[in-house]
Design a protein around this ligand. Sequence first.
Ligand SMILES: [Zn+2]
Ligand SMILES: [Zn+2]
Length: 196
Amino acid sequence: MTAGALQRAIRRAHDRGGDPAERCDLCGEDLPGAHAHVLDEQAGKPLCACRACALLFERDAASRGHYRLVPDRRIRLTGVPAADLGVPVGLAFFVRRPDGTVAAHYPSPAGATRWDVDPEVWAGVTAACEPLRSMRPAVEALLVSTVRGADEQWLVPIDECYRLVAAIRGAWEGLSGGQRVWGEIERFFQDLAARA
Ligand SMILES: [Zn+2]
Ligand SMILES: [Zn+2]
């Protein structure tokens, strides 16, 4: 996913206020509150999907390199030497591209800023962590927070990262972000733990 595409996805999530859509973005069917998401790789945006549409994209073979089903697993990790990856503002997420390279993003008021992770460093950091070795390209992320003494390490669906970025953008005040941002980040991880 390009930085521009991610920005657009974030803006879209933000415009929606993070609320689930009412309809399947693929077929227009009504959706329950809890529903699957499919990543449109070309547009770089997550789409809400009904059960029938999600089943279509469950296997990568069906994605034809365009749509990928976003997995629904949230796994709390421990002992990942994430500092080796560089987490400049205490909060970052890492996404494998389909070609095997890894992009790091950190949320900021402007959206997410991106850089490339050294492949050897990534291999070293993830070697001892089974869930990370099975992390799906484009649709799952390693999410790390050391904000205010936190020690959060998670394997999450990519749409959780969009949700966090949108929450940060929405709460950001002034130059440094202000108190509300920290509250939003804490709330996000509490919510994540409740749904893991
Ligand atoms: Zn559908
Ligand atoms: Zn949705």
